[in-house]
Write a protein that binds this ligand. Sequence first.
Ligand code: MN
Length: 215
Amino acid sequence: MTWLFPPPAAPSLPILGQDARFPVRRILCVGQNYAAHAREMGHERAEPFFFSKPADALVSDGADPAYPPATADLHHEVELVCAIGEGGDIIGWAVGCDLTRRDLQAAAKAKGRPWDAAKGFDQSAPCGALTLGAPPDPAAVIALSVNGQVRQSGRLDDMVWNPAEIVAKAGTLWALKPGDLIFTGTPEGVGPIIPGDRVEARIDGLSPLSFTVRP
Ligand code: MN
């Protein structure tokens, strides 16, 4: 067999302390999973719901995402990312940023339309190195700063649905497989970023994520 053109390279994440990389199959994301963020977006507590980003939206290894076209309101959302291994269990953890075209999301919500253009655009999923093993402490701080100013700061146990519950729910909707990433939602304080902004995101116990928004 031959290819009509070379198949695209597999998106992947580095793993802390290992040469092996984690090949990314797909990216699921949970909406409104911290009570205060759900409230700031105008929602009450509800069952977890999911959207997705294409695997090639991943930005890894310290690369800087470009400011996307077709928006004037790009937002940061710092999130705990779970990495699924063989058996469908969570085998690793990372700090991710669910970049969002908030203006397109608001327009989609108003018309009951899908969120793909708001959430699943190119370079919309910066993610730090994976840490394999036990989950971070539930009391761990999850925080994001822009140009040194703290914008988001919460604790993982502020989550409405914890990672095990999210994976269990997702597993009723999809067959989770090795290589899947799940972004688990963001605490309050989301806001706009512009070209040149330096974003630093962290969760206690995990490899931090930082990037500069390219023009
Ligand atoms: Mn999000």
